[in-house]
Design a protein around this ligand. Structure first.
Ligand SMILES: Nc1ncnc2c1ncn2[C@@H]1O[C@H](COP(=O)(O)OP(=O)(O)OP(=O)(O)O)[C@@H](O)[C@H]1O
Ligand SMILES: [Mg+2]
Length: 343
């Protein structure tokens, strides 16, 4: 360790709608849901991340503790809780006891469709949380780097990052985003589709954490899976009698419930392909499409995108961490990737 690194700490942050992932020295040091629990009486932080997630939907109205998911659709919706949450996450990266508080250099990824005001909010949150220097990188670029794509090469590649709040489609070549399309239909929308479906078809009221569990256990994008998951028992509140009840759910029902939202993601992919310059289209024809982000884990989504585009579709390694990994690689090799980041 050089003397310089004693006084500076470099961290890469994927501040996502659903999850925040932080890397330091090539290691994942934080991987937590983007949620904070606040004590309304003392105005202090009760918990962040996994601990706060356990409280979600259980705090009740008028209780002392409430939970907030401060990011929506990839951007900061609630400034102060974001800053508090980020501060706590950054504290978690500080494993060694040190007498010196190191200067923090941060690289944070931002959605490609972000406005200037939203961008400033990210920067200010990071500064308030202790950053001396903040660099930004666009998420699809980070996702591509983290997926092992040569983003600086002349060959065009298409990456789709399906997160909690946004699905971003981008074609990248020569260090540029040549075409892109972003829709606010991703994991969170799929959860609310499942919640609506349970109400409508089963008269069962469920919370978002339960919808998320349904998606993970029996979520699907197609009704014919080669390896179908077993049916799943869902617990909730009966809408007619108001008492607790359970019902068995199969993946085909969920595939039907998610159909409209998956259509919107497919439309975004088709629109991005339609505006891709022809030389890059030719490249994509050969290399296919890369799927990253937690949403890419939905059963059969790769098959469905393959069917509509007729292109090979690859789900990247460890898709939930691809963006964070790419952000960290950009930071570590800043000489090479400087032009892809901005102050
Ligand atoms: N096995 C799975 N099947 C389907 N969806 C999943 C699975 N695992 C995680 N997800 C979903 O992935 C989403 C989180 O992905 P990710 O961490 O990439 O999003 P994010 O980066 O926080 O969001 P964004 O990029 O939109 O700001 C959540 O909506 C989660 O429900
Ligand atoms: Mg993301």
């Amino acid at each position: 360790m050089g003397l310089f690194s004693l006084f500076t700490r470099e961290i890469a942050i994927d501040l996502g709608t659903a999850n925040t992932v932080i890397l330091h020295d090539n290691k994942v040091v934080v991987d937590e849901p983007s949620i904070i629990a606040i004590n309304s009486r003392t105005k202090s932080v009760a918990a962040v991340g996994k601990k706060a997630l356990m409280m979600e939907g259980k705090t009740g109205e008028g209780g002392e503790i409430y939970t907030v998911r401060p990011l929506r659709n990839g951007v900061i919706a609630d400034f102060q809780p974001t800053e508090l949450m980020l501060r706590e996450f950054i504290k978690m990266t500080n494993t060694k006891h040190s007498f010196i508080t190191p200067a923090m250099k941060m690289i944070i990824c931002i959605p490609s469709g972000i406005t200037e005001v939203e961008e400033r909010a990210v920067r200010e949150s990071a500064e308030q949380a202790g950053a001396k220097e903040v660099r930004l990188i666009y998420e699809p670029m980070a996702a591509a780097i983290g997926s092992g794509i040569d983003v600086l090469g002349a060959n065009g590649n298409m990456i789709i990052d399906i997160g909690g709040g946004t699905s971003e489609v981008a074609v990248i070549a020569l260090g540029n985003i040549a075409s892109k399309k972003s829709v606010q239909v991703a994991g969170d929308k799929l959860n609310s589709d499942i919640k609506d479906f349970m109400r409508r078809e089963h008269n069962l009221d469920i919370g978002i954490p339960t919808a998320e569990q349904i998606k993970i256990n029996v979520g699907a994008a197609i009704t014919q899976l080669d390896n179908p998951p077993s049916d799943y028992e869902v617990y909730g509140r009966d809408l007619v009698h108001g008492i607790p009840r359970s019902v068995m759910i199969n993946y085909q029902e969920i595939a039907t419930a998610l159909n409209n939202s998956i259509n919107s993601i497919e439309d975004a992919v088709m629109q991005a392909l339609n505006v891709t310059p022809p030389e890059l289209s030719a490249d994509i024809f050969k290399t296919g499409i890369y799927l990253a982000g937690g949403g890419s884990l939905l059963r059969g989504l790769d098959k469905r995108i393959n069917k509509i585009t007729q292109l090979p579709v690859h789900v990247v390694d460890d898709p939930l961490r691809a963006v964070a990994r790419g952000t960290a690689i950009a930071l570590k090799n800043i000489d090479k990737f400087e032009s892809l980041t901005k102050y």
